[in-house]
Each structure stands twice: as C-alpha cells, then as structure tokens.
Design a protein around this ligand. Structure first.
Ligand code: NAD
Length: 332
C-alpha cells in the first residue's frame, strides 16, 4: 500500500516490521562482517522506512536505524570514544535527487557552492591519531561515538604512516579497504582451506581489521585512502580539496581522483567518468561523494543525528542492473 494512503497506525506497524529486518541485517553487516543480503536490498528497505518516518514523524523512535550509526563494538576490543562523532552519510540514487540536495545547500547558504567530488571507497571507516608526528591510536567507527581500538592492526598496514613528515598532532579519518586482487587471492585461499569465502571486499576488509591476532591482519594486504582532516582550522586549511593535499604531504595515502566541481553538470561528468571506469580500478567503489568544498560552510551546515548536511553519496546502481542497462544501450 502506498504511504500516502496509509493511516498513522498502519505506517507505525509497517515501520516496526522494517526496523526488525534492518536491525538484523545491520548486525550481520556491521558487527558480524557477514551480510546475508546485497546492499541494494538493504538500501531499498531503509529508504522505505525513511519514507514512512518522513510522512509520519510521530512514529520515529530514538533507536530506529535511521537515527543512529549501525555498528557495535566487538567483545575483546578496548573501546575508544570519538570526541567528534564518526557519522554515516545520506545517499541518493538519481540525478534528480542530487539536484534536490544542491537546492537545499543553496537555500541554506544563500548562494551556489563548489563541491569537492571524491570516489566512495567500499571499505570501512577508520580514525588515526598522531601525537608529535607519531602514530599513537587507530580505531573503527563503531556506533559513531564509541569504536574499537585497532591501533596494532592498523600499524601492520604499509600505507598507514608511523611517522609523519612534520611533527604535528592531529586526527585524520578515511577508509581501510582490500584491493580487488588481494580479495580474489584471499577467497581462493579460504576455499582451498575449506573455509567460507567473504561476500565482498568491504566485509573482507572489516573482518581482517577487526582481528585480535594482528598477524592475520598483516597477511591480508589491506590498504587505506585518507580523506578527512578532523580539525582543519588548527593547520589553516580552508577547503576539503586542500585538506586532502595537506594530508598527502604529511605522508597519508590519498585517492588521486578528487576534483572541485562548480556545477552539477561537472559533478555529473565526474560520475559518468568513474562509473565507466569502475571495473578497471584496483579497488571497489560504490558511488561518489559530493562535499561542500568550503570547510567554514561545512561547519555552518552541521549535521543531523546521523548524517552531515554538507555531503551526500550518489550510489551507483547495483552491478547486475548496470550491466542490463548497458546491454540495452548497445542494442538500440
Ligand atoms: P555508507 O557506508 O553508505 O556511507 C558512509 C561511509 O562512507 C563513511 O563512514 C565512510 O566509511 C565511507 N566513505 C567512503 N569513501 C568516502 C569518502 N571519499 N568520503 C567520505 N566517506 C567515505 O554509510 P554507512 O552508514 O556506513 O552504511 C550504510 C550502507 O551500508 C548502506 O547504504 C548499505 O549499502 C550498507 N549496509 C548493508 C547491509 C547489508 O546487509 N548488505 C547492512 C547494513 C548496511
């Protein structure tokens, strides 16, 4: 039944059912690193729940998955509290929805803005803390406020610098991922050893990082792309584009494809370019991320309980569907 024809009681019943399913899938995905369903199936149900809650705000509960980051800390790991929460991200699936996002931003700030556009790397979020240029602490996002201490695991990854090019103290955030080749080799080894193979590189990376035995992590050939500078003001960095360049100079592994776009047409060109090159990249991506480039505007826009207002992910269609679309295009 369409949401527009529902009573509040019907919407509430439906929302409760969706939350049970989404909580189960979130637990399998974030906590067990072993999802039962594909991401687009999760996204469809998640968006159904968002639609119900938007139409009937009174049915929103504090523990609804739309109001919190999904992960939980695994037993055996020390807990790390994130002074500045590690949030999730809103997502859109069409050009029209991107236009809506852009309109919202323009309305809020009163003028057109530049976006820094980046690939959305299919891994898991990590935080790295440095004191006087030395790597001292690394953690997962967890539930956004409390993550797992995985300092020793992250220290086994070559691209995580142990000493920065300058003796400064800062926190950066980014993505830990498993390159496609390492993923294929790992799954061959798992099968040869009679073990279960991993569903996708994201879950393989998460499972490899959240290991009490750091030797396992070291053997898994993980890599990183760092994209968030937590306190840019302290180092006089004023745009997201500059932040990534600054972190590159400090010795972090950053993704080389970031681009500043002055209009949605430019953003769309970027999307089409990388959607076309997706299969040729050495790592998985599941979309692109638009971020307001001016960090002062980002600060002004702020965030909801779950997502920043200054960024949005455009998610690519699931790969099977993308193939079908391409096949149709070839035949006409
Ligand atoms: P998300 O993964 O969609 O987006 C936020 C994350 O994007 C950030 O935390 C960061 O780790 C990552 N990211 C990658 N590249 C980035 C970049 N350049 N800049 C900024 N961030 C970047 O959000 P989420 O809350 O972590 O997870 C929700 C998604 O997880 C859902 O959309 C769904 O696809 C998937 N999920 C799947 C299942 C399942 O059962 N298959 C269950 C739960 C969630």
């Amino acid at each position: 039944k369409p949401v527009t024809e529902m009573t509040e009681a019907e919407a509430n019943d439906q929302a409760k059912k969706l939350r049970v399913i989404l909580d189960k899938w979130s637990n399998e995905y974030y906590t067990q690193d072993n999802p039962e369903v594909e991401d687009h199936e999760y996204d469809d149900k998640y968006n159904d729940l968002l639609e119900l809650e938007a139409a009937f705000p009174a049915i929103i509960t504090n523990d609804s998955i739309t109001q919190r980051v999904g992960g939980q800390v695994l037993e055996g790991f020390t807990k790390i509290s994130h002074e500045i929460p590690m949030l999730s991200m809103g997502d859109v699936f069409s050009r029209d929805e991107l236009v809506e996002f852009d309109n919202r931003i323009q309305k809020n700030v009163g003028h057109q803005v530049d976006y820094n556009v980046e690939l959305k790397i299919d891994g898991l979020a990590i935080s790295l803390v440095y004191e006087d240029g030395k790597f001292v602490q690394g953690s997962t996002r967890g539930d956004g406020n409390i993550g797992e201490d995985i300092t020793k695991n992250l220290a086994t990854i070559d691209s995580v610098p142990k000493t920065l090019s300058r003796p400064i103290s800062l926190e950066v955030r980014g993505e830990c991922y498993m390159p496609k080749e390492a993923f294929a080799t790992l799954n061959q080894q798992q099968v040869a050893a009679g073990k279960d193979s991993f569903a996708n590189p994201r879950n393989a990376a998460a499972g490899s990082l959240r290991q009490l035995d750091t030797k396992v992590t070291k053997a898994r050939k993980l890599d990183t792309f760092i994209y968030t500078l937590v306190d840019p003001e302290s180092v006089n960095v004023t745009t997201q584009h500059q932040a990534i360049q600054f972190m590159e100079e400090l010795g972090f592994h950053t993704n080389p494809t970031q681009a500043v776009c002055a209009s949605l047409d430019e953003v769309w060109d970027y999307i089409e370019k990388y959607e076309g090159q997706r299969d040729d990249l050495a790592y998985g991506i599941d979309g692109i991320v638009l971020k307001v480039n001016d960090l002062e505007l980002e600060r002004q826009l702020g965030h909801t309980v779950k997502v920043p207002r200054w960024e949005i992910a455009y998610k690519f269609p699931p790969e099977e569907e993308a193939t079908v679309v391409r096949d149709i295009e070839w035949t006409v």
